[in-house]
Design a protein around this ligand. Structure first.
Ligand code: NAD
Length: 471
C-alpha cells in the first residue's frame, strides 16, 4: 500500500501532472503508469559466525511494452516494494526518453552492504540471482539487471556467473546483466557512464545562453560552483568530470558529514583523505559542516545530489541556494520540494534524464554481448589506414606533411571506449534538446521534468497503440 508521501506516490504525481498535457485515453495512461510485475523473495543466509538470517529482496518490472526490462539492483536498508516500484517506473520513463529499447525494472535487497563480509555478499547475490532465474525474472531477453546503490561490477560478475552456470550453454548468457568487469563481458566506459552522463547533461544545459541568462549565469561549465552529495559511483564520477570541465567543487557530502571551501576542493585529495581517515571531515583547508544535508544548502551554482532519494524536501527547499539542480540520484527532490523550487525559478534537470548515462551504456554492453564482438574491432585499423591515405594526399598537395603524433591523433580509428563515450555524449545531447523542444511546445511555464515525462509517455503510448487495443 502506498501513502501520500511514498516514493512511488511522488513518481506517480509527476506522471499525472505530465499526463494532463497529453491527449491519450485514460485507460492507456493507467496501463503506462501501472507496475506490471513485482516479485518478493525471502531466503536464509548462513552468516560467517554460523547464525542464520532471513534476507528480504525484490524485483519489480514496471513495463513490458519493450523487452527485456532493465534496471539496477540496490543493496540498502531502505529497500521495500514501494521503492523498487518507484525506481522501476523511473527506468521505464528513462529508457523511453533516451530511446533505449527496454522496459523499466529495478531490484533491491534489504541489507546494509557494509555489514557483511565479501563471502556473505557473494552468497546473498548468487542466491538472489538463482531466485530471479527460477521465476524468469532474469535473462538476456527477459530482464537485465545492472548496479545501483551499494552494488557494482563485482556483484554483476557473480550474477553473470550464476546465470551462466544455470542457463545450460546459452550463447547469449552474458547479456543477462550489464556493468560487468571488462574481462567478464563488460564494456569500457560503463563504470564511469552515469557520472559522465551527468556532466554531459549539465554541460549541454549550461551551453544554452538564453537559459543561463534567465538564471543570472554565464554560459558554460567553466567556473561554475558545484556541490556534490554522495561520492559513490555516480557522485564521484560526476564530480570528476565536472571539475575536468573547469567547474569548481565548493562542497562535498558523504553520509558522515559535509565539507566546503569556496576556493575549491581537490576531489582526488578528498578521496585519499577519506581513505586514510575514514571520513571526509577534517580535510585540510576545508570547513566541516554538521551533517550530510548541510551541503545541500551551500552557496553554489549547481547542486548534484547523488546519494539517495528524498533529500530535498519542503523543509530544506526554501534554503537551497543553487540555481541549477542536477539530479544524479533517483528521486532526490520530493514532489513538495519540486513545486517550491520551481516556484523560485530553480532549474531542475530531472533524474530520469540526467542519470540515464548508465542505462545508455548498459544498452551498448548488451548489444556487444549479443554480437559477441568488441565495438571497433572490425573497422578501427581500416579507418586509420584510409584516414592516413587521405591526409597523405592532402599533405602532399598542400606541402604541409603532418608529423607522426599529429597524424595519429587525427587519423586513428575509434576504440571501443571512444565509441561508447561518443554514443553516450550524443544520446545525452539529443535527449536534452528533445526535452527542450517539448517544453517550448507546451509553453514557457512548464518545467523540464514535466516536459521530459510528456516525451516519455508519448513514446511508451505509441508502442502500446501499435497493438491496436487502446482507443
Ligand atoms: P553508490 O553505492 O556507488 O554510492 C552512493 C554513495 O552515497 C556512497 O558513497 C554512500 O556512502 C553515499 N551516501 C549514502 N548516504 C548518504 C548521505 N545521506 N549523504 C551523502 N552521501 C551519502 O551508489 P550509486 O550507484 O552512486 O547510486 C547513487 C544514486 O544514483 C542512487 O539514487 C541510484 O539509484 C542512482 N543511479 C545510479 C546509477 C549507476 O549506474 N550506479 C545509475 C543511475 C542512477
Amino acid at each position: 500500500m502506498t501513502t501520500e508521501t511514498s516514493f512511488l506516490a511522488q513518481v506517480d504525481a509527476a506522471f499525472d501532472r505530465a499526463a494532463a498535457y497529453t491527449s491519450h485515453d485514460r485507460t492507456l495512461l493507467n496501463q503506462i503508469k501501472a507496475c506490471n510485475a513485482v516479485y518478493y523473495i525471502s531466503f536464509p543466509l548462513r552468516r560467517d559466525d554460523g547464525t542464520i538470517e532471513v534476507i528480504h529482496a525484490y524485483r519489480a518490472e514496471h513495463s513490458h511494452h519493450r523487452m527485456p526490462t532493465k534496471g539496477g539492483i540496490r543493496y540498502s536498508m531502505g529497500v521495500n516494494s514501494d521503492e523498487v516500484m518507484a525506481l522501476a517506473a523511473l527506468m521505464t520513463y528513462k529508457c523511453a526518453l533516451l530511446d533505449v529499447p527496454f522496459g523499466g525494472a529495478k531490484g533491491g535487497i534489504r541489507i546494509d552492504s557494509n555489514a557483511y563480509s565479501v563471502g556473505e555478499l557473494e552468497r546473498i547475490t548468487r542466491r538472489y540471482a538463482f531466485e530471479l532465474w527460477k521465476k524468469n525474472f532474469i535473462g538476456p531477453g527477459l530482464d537485465v539487471p545492472a548496479p545501483d546503490y551499494g552494488t557494482g561490477s563485482r556483484e554483476m560478475a557473480w550474477i553473470a556467473d550464476t546465470y551462466q552456470s544455470l542457463s545450460g550453454g546459452d550463447l547469449n548468457a552474458m547479456a543477462c546483466v550489464t556493468a560487468k568487469p571488462v574481462n567478464q563481458g563488460g564494456i569500457r566506459g560503463r563504470n564511469e557512464a552515469t557520472g559522465r552522463g551527468v556532466m554531459f547533461g549539465l554541460r549541454e544545459a549550461c551551453r544554452v545562453t538564453e537559459d543561463m541568462k534567465a538564471l543570472g549565469l554565464t554560459p558554460g561549465l567553466s567556473g561554475k560552483r558545484v556541490v556534490v552529495q554522495g561520492l559513490g559511483n555516480v557522485g564521484y564520477h560526476a564530480a570528476k568530470f565536472l571539475s575536468e570541465e573547469g567547474a569548481i567543487l565548493v562542497g562535498l557530502a558523504e553520509y558522515e558529514g559535509s565539507i566546503s571551501n569556496p576556493n575549491g576542493l581537490d576531489l582526488e585529495m578528498v578521496v585519499a583523505h577519506r581513505k586514510a581517515t575514514g571520513s571526509i571531515l577534517g580535510f585540510p583547508g576545508a570547513k566541516d559542516l554538521p551533517n550530510s544535508l548541510a551541503a545541500l544548502e551551500l552557496d553554489c551554482d549547481i547542486l548534484v545530489p547523488a546519494a539517495l532519494e528524498n533529500v530535498i524536501t519542503a523543509e530544506n527547499a526554501p534554503r537551497i541556494k543553487a540555481k541549477i539542480i542536477g539530479e544524479g540520484a533517483n528521486g532526490p527532490t520530493n514532489d513538495a520540494a519540486d513545486q517550491i523550487l520551481r516556484g523560485r525559478g530553480v532549474y531542475i534537470l530531472p533524474d530520469f534524464y540526467l542519470n540515464a548515462g548508465g542505462v545508455t551504456v548498459s544498452y551498448f554492453e548488451w548489444l556487444k554481448n549479443l554480437s559477441h564482438v568488441r565495438f571497433g574491432r572490425m573497422e578501427r585499423r581500416f579507418e586509420e589506414q584510409s584516414n592516413r591515405g587521405i591526409l597523405d594526399v592532402i599533405g602532399r598537395a598542400s606541402g604541409q606533411v603532418l608529423g607522426e603524433d599529429e597524424m595519429l591523433k587525427i587519423a586513428h580509428g575509434a576504440s571501443e571506449e571512444e565509441l561508447v563515450n561518443s554514443g553516450l555524449e550524443d544520446s545525452m545531447i539529443e535527449a536534452y534538446h528533445e526535452i527542450r523542444a517539448v517544453q517550448k511546445g507546451l509553453g514557457k511555464d512548464i518545467d523540464l521534468r514535466t516536459a521530459a515525462l510528456v516525451s516519455s509517455i508519448n513514446k511508451v503510448a505509441s508502442s502500446y497503440m501499435a497493438l491496436g487495443i487502446f482507443p
